[in-house]
Design a binder for this molecule. Structure first.
Ligand SMILES: [Fe+2]
Length: 347
């Protein structure tokens, strides 16, 4: 809200003495005042600059104060208007209030009443404007808060995903490495910054659905039973389900959901194939498998990078998108291969 010093008032009256009295009174209270002797002059001034308040006589030669009120409502609807009228013509002032004027004062003036009326009209205007502003921005505020809540949850989920992996020496750092490799591959394919951000997010949380899989199964040293494997196979869809209320980006959710599909079909959860699998998920599948192979597992030692590459090539076109494998081989030098031999991965 503006301070009184910044509040500008236009006084419109055909009688110079009245303009002067009103101007002096309002200026002594700190208002900035300008004056006009008729409606046309006032309209010209209103079109040039905005006034918080117009104090206008009703009966003036030429156009009346009521006509000025109409002009103000067209050109400057946020300006408050107080009508000034003779006691004998209060009905016109009342009608003007019905048309939207804030108040009226009668001549001869009681200056204290004039000041009170000005204060009231400005207060009412400020309240109206702040309500309107609140209403207009409410949606944005709610949206912003929802985004903040989402990003807080997302941060917590990323931390949870990392903590789950860190707890287990066989998976420690897996999602981060998979993310780095997938992002490198995506860069090679000239993904946009927005798409890279999707890949980054999906990579970090792609295995979050494993929260729902018992640890005894995740870390089982021996072969999994069909039932156990079914539970493992739930984790991409479970991940999508966990993330859906927090991540609104369909692409990210799709990468999480489809990161265990096979290029030739028959993967899980849906068994879709080829281009039906989102490209991000196809890239992530290669990175995921590579990191898994080059990491130790409860049931086998880590594979060498060369051997893992051989496995990718051997499954080129069946498990993996051939283009993604070729890209991996071609971009090998750019890929962040840290010595992963002691770093395990998941099923
Ligand atoms: Fe996975």
């Amino acid at each position: 809200m503006k301070s009184i010093k910044e509040t500008s008032v236009l006084i419109v009256d055909d009688e110079a003495t009245i303009r002067e009295v009103l101007q002096r009174t309002l200026e002594s209270e700190g208002y900035y005042c300008e004056t006009a002797g008729n409606v046309d002059e006032a309209v010209g001034m209103i079109q040039k600059r905005s006034f918080e308040l117009v104090l206008t006589d009703i009966m003036m030669p030429g156009k009346s104060g009521v006509e000025l009120l109409k002009e103000i409502q067209t050109f400057s609807p946020d300006t408050a208007v107080i009508m000034v009228t003779a006691v004998s013509d209060t009905q016109t002032a009342i009608n003007a209030m019905k048309m939207g004027a804030s108040d009226y004062v009668t001549k001869p003036f009681n200056l204290v009443e004039v000041l009170m009326s000005v204060d009231r009209a400005l207060e009412k205007r400020a309240l109206y404007l702040s309500n309107r502003d609140y209403r207009d921005h409410l949606e944005q505020k709610v949206e912003k808060q929802t985004d903040e809540i989402r990003s807080t949850f997302l941060g917590a989920l990323k931390a949870l995903a990392e903590a789950l992996e860190a707890k287990d020496p066989y998976t420690n750092g897996h999602s981060k490495r998979v993310t780095e490799i997938t992002v490198t591959l995506a860069r090679e394919m000239s993904f946009s910054e927005e798409e890279l951000a999707q890949i980054r997010l999906a990579g970090l949380v792609h295995d979050i659905g494993k929260i729902g899989v018992p640890e005894a199964i995740l870390h089982k040293a021996g072969k999994l039973t069909d039932k156990e494997f079914d539970l493992i196979k739930d984790h991409p869809a479970m991940g999508e389900k966990i993330l859906k209320p927090i991540i609104r980006d369909a692409e990210v959710l799709a990468i999480v959901r489809y990161h265990h599909e096979r290029y030739s079909g028959g993967g899980y959860p849906e068994g879709i194939s080829g281009d039906g699998i989102p490209l991000g998920a196809r890239l992530l599948a290669v990175a995921d498998a590579f990191d898994a192979m080059t990491s130790s597992r409860p049931y086998r030692k880590a594979m060498s990078v060369e051997k893992a590459k051989g496995q990718l090539l051997a499954n080129r076109g069946s498990q993996f998108d051939p283009e993604a494998v070729d890209l991996f081989i071609k971009a090998e030098k750019k890929l962040p291969f840290c010595p992963m031999t002691a770093q395990p991965a998941s099923h």
